[in-house]
Design a protein around this ligand. Structure first.
Ligand SMILES: [Zn+2]
Ligand SMILES: [Zn+2]
Length: 254
């Protein structure tokens, strides 16, 4: 399977895009950088799996549905934790900030433009050729981590996270997971900020990696905060030499 990183950063600055991962032509995890990365091809996206409702992960949903509305023949399906779905519905697509597209019918089919689906933590399901398992991350709001597999191999994407024993327990048990995509947001000297906002620093991720009992896993890091980019890259290269830092547009073949 091929995973394309459409947005790799924890904030917007210049050309940098926020969290957005494409797992097939019509399916994404998070919606931080759809419009600039996909352009016209955003019309093909029918499924978005959300980790959580923070702005850097949902920001392009309103613009994407607005642009694709007149071309769509099927609804945009948005999946996430109950509180994620409620936040998008209640605070963004609520007629105040943006139209409530879940109550507007498409011109071409009569279906509603957006359908929402709640995902329960610790459940598995099969959709569009993918086997997906979701479990709770450790972040400031309810956040889902995703295990995505196709033909018996796949990746684990933590989304935004601080220390989480479940990640290492799953990775040690399930050798079909070949790739871990996780996050480091702040340099280690900002550990107080990282702890209250529940993000990793290079130091906390390195401490967590001690729980990993295998050496065949490829590890990728994203969600670096743009205001600390150079010092973060330097610290990660020095203290986590085996992990790879993701950039917008990178592809991972599993
Ligand atoms: Zn984030
Ligand atoms: Zn977040």
């Amino acid at each position: 399977m091929k995973v394309k990183i459409l947005g790799a950063y924890g904030g917007r600055f210049g050309d940098l895009g926020t969290t957005c991962i494409q797992i097939s032509e019509d399916t994404l995890i998070d919606a931080g950088n759809i419009m600039r990365s996909l352009g016209e091809r955003c019309i093909q996206v029918n499924n978005i799996f959300l980790t959580h409702a923070h702005l850097d992960h949902i920001v392009d949903i309103p613009f994407m549905i607005d642009y694709t509305f007149r071309f769509r023949e099927q609804p945009l399906n948005i999946y996430g934790h109950r509180e994620t779905i409620e936040a998008v519905k209640d605070y963004i697509m609520n007629w105040n900030i943006w139209p409530e597209f879940s109550s507007i019918r498409l011109i071409n089919s009569g279906d509603y433009a957006v359908n929402y689906y709640e995902l329960l933590p610790e459940t598995s399901f099969h959709t569009n050729g993918f086997d997906i398992y979701v479990f709770l991350s450790n972040h400031t709001v309810p956040t889902l981590s995703y295990v995505v597999k196709q033909n018996g191999v796949g990746f684990l994407f933590t989304g935004d996270t601080y220390r989480n024993p479940a990640v290492w327990e799953i990775l040690n048990r399930d050798r079909e997971i070949k790739v871990l995509i996780t996050e480091v947001s702040f340099p280690s000297y900002m550990h107080n900020l990282a702890e209250v906002s529940k993000h990793h620093t290079p130091k906390t991720l390195r401490e967590e990696l001690k729980y990993l009992e295998r050496d065949d896993l490829e590890i990728y890091i994203m969600h670096l905060k743009p205001n600390s980019l150079e010092e973060l890259r330097e610290e990660i290269r020095a203290t986590l030499p085996t992990v790879k830092i993701l950039d917008d547009g990178d592809e991972i073949i599993i």
